[in-house]
Ligand binder design. Structure first.
Ligand code: NAD
Ligand code: IPM
Ligand code: MN
Length: 323
């Protein structure tokens, strides 16, 4: 049986993930869904944000649906989501941003760069080593190129005018794109961040390093109405984890205000990954139908709650079930 690990995590993860699971289970009641508890609250309760036993449980799943975890800016706290990306070697973070007249896919390197974890805090200085490896760069640009082969253009986002590790990254990306024969161009990441907002239709697949991809995806969410809308796939060669781009949103958590669309879309990406593009398409169609009916959460100018939006999506899916 196909098994889905469900991690709500913290904050609005407890609100948006149940909605996404209800939507998914409406179309695929045949899948087994099992919970795994990790995160900041779990750390407060048990002293451990994510145990080896939790990692082992996640590794037994065919795919993971993940909400968000709170990561406090503390010297000795390790982010659960970063640990999972490293331990499951989820090197490719795909973040689709689709709107009227544009369809952008940010392909973010997910295991190295400024997130190497090689860092030191001294009394007068703190350092973090930005590590860009040939293997890491080749595999992320090849993942991006596989996407371009079904699409149009690869844009390489970097800061090679200043950072030597990005000269290395850029050169390997160009080498691979040339070898594969896909059209490519390049932009400095700062200019790219603005141009993406000004001329979104001129972008297709954007490949970049870890932290640049992190920032660029939050920026790009402006094009579609905010963070509540963008899903992501974290893919490795063995494991796959699907999560919204947004975090645990403590400012609105527990208030039934969170937009569950990013979580529902993450579940749709998961179903697509499991070979069910039909169900994924139905989930997106249900979102569109509910929005058209004027039902949306506050971030999109509406007055419906997380649960009410979820109920509306599930009603649409139930109606179409068996079709
Ligand atoms: P955030 O994404 O949680 O929130 C940023 C802003 O967007 C907030 O104003 C929030 O209310 C709003 N927002 C986010 N998701 C929304 C949704 N679904 N509907 C409506 N509004 C939404 O980022 P943050 O505030 O910088 O971080 C909060 C915590 O989340 C931090 O501890 C951070 O480390 C963590 N975080 C986790 C992940 C993850 O687990 N993948 C991702 C990003 C941030
Ligand atoms: C994201 C988040 C994470 C990141 C944090 C919470 C570690 O911002 O998934 O975009 O920086 O990758
Ligand atoms: Mn982020």
């Amino acid at each position: 049986m196909t098994r889905i690990a469900v991690v709500e995590g913290d904050g609005i993860g407890h609100e948006v993930i149940p909605v996404a699971v209800r939507a998914m289970a409406t179309l695929r009641p045949d899948l087994e869904y099992f919970p795994v508890e990790v995160g900041y609250r779990h750390w407060e309760r048990t002293g451990c944000p994510c145990g080896d036993i939790d990692i082992a449980a996640l590794k037994t799943a065919d795919a993971i649906l993940f909400g968000a975890v709170t990561t406090p800016p503390m010297k000795n706290y390790q982010s659960v989501v970063l640990r999972l990306r490293k331990e499951l070697d989820l090197y490719a973070n795909l973040r689709p941003v689709r709107g009227k007249g544009f369809d952008i896919l940010i392909v973010r390197e997910n295991t190295e760069g400024l997130y190497s974890g090689i860092e030191e805090i001294g009394p007068d200085q703190a350092t973090t080593l930005r590590v860009v490896t040939r293997r890491g760069t080749e595999r992320i640009v090849r993942a991006a190129i596989r996407e371009v082969q079904r699409r149009n253009l690869l844009t390489i986002g970097h800061k090679a005018n200043v950072i030597k590790s990005d000269v290395f990254f850029r050169d390997i990306c160009i080498e691979e794109a040339t070898k594969a024969g896909v059209p490519w161009n390049e932009r400095y990441i700062d200019a790219l961040a603005l141009d993406l907002l000004l001329r979104p239709a001129t972008y297709d697949v954007v490949v970049t390093t870890n932290i640049f991809g992190d920032i660029l995806s939050d920026v790009a969410s402006y094009l579609v109405g905010g963070l509540g809308l963008i899903p992501s796939a974290n893919l490795g060669d063995r494991y796959a984890l699907f999560e919204p781009v947004h975090g645990s949103a403590p400012d609105i958590a527990g208030k039934d205000l969170a937009n569950p669309i990013a979580a529902i879309r993450s579940a749709a990406l998961l179903l697509e990954y499991l070979g069910d593009p039909l169900a994924a398409g139905r989930m997106e169609a249900a979102i569109q139908e509910v929005l058209k009916a004027g039902i949306c959460t506050r971030d999109m100018g509406g007055s419906h709650g997380t649960r009410a939006f979820g109920d509306a999506v599930v009603r649409v899916l139930e109606r179409g079930r068996g079709r």
